[in-house]
Design a protein around this ligand. Structure first.
Ligand code: CMP
Length: 140
């Protein structure tokens, strides 16, 4: 399997609790390289665009409001099978269902405030990375 890139967000519940370093350590220990990273406040328009696939879901308004409630850290992660590897490291969306020692099991507060986002497929990874980074900001 080839080297891959995936897009990651450390969400406002993580930055609020100073968990950037702890989560980055879990990412790096899994063999993923953080090849781009910035701490930003995203706008409502950016959040709505990012989560457009969920716009008919009942939790969409809550999700957007949460994602703009504080700073986030957007990242590009690189490595072998980065997309599926990061999904393993994150654990299930609902922390109650996440496996032991995953980021969400260890740190997430709830299904909504679940500390991290990771791309689910190569096409979404490419689109999500392009929403927040230009190619010259990614240093592998
Ligand atoms: P994420 O991987 O960022 O992708 C979509 C997000 O929607 C998901 O993580 C959750 O944080 C959020 N989400 C999914 N289900 C619910 C729910 N029932 N209530 C609130 N947020 C949800």
């Amino acid at each position: 399997m080839a080297r891959e890139r995936t897009f990651s967000i450390l969400k406002p519940d993580a930055t609020e609790r100073n968990l950037t370093g702890a989560i980055n350590a879990m990412i790096e220990q899994a063999g993923l390289r953080i090849v781009a990273q910035k701490r930003v406040r995203i706008t409502k328009e950016q959040a709505e665009r990012f989560y457009a696939v969920h716009k008919e879901r009942p939790f969409f308004g809550e999700l957007v409001a949460f994602m703009i409630s504080g700073p986030v850290v957007v990242q590009v992660l690189e490595g072998e099978n980065a997309i599926s590897k990061y999904r393993e490291v994150m654990g299930a969306t609902d922390p109650a269902k996440a496996a032991a020692n995953t980021i969400r099991k260890v740190h997430a507060r709830s299904i909504g405030e679940n500390s991290v986002h990771g791309s689910d497929a190569p096409d979404t990874a490419e689109r999500e990375i392009a929403q927040f980074f230009s190619e010259n900001e990614i240093v592998g």
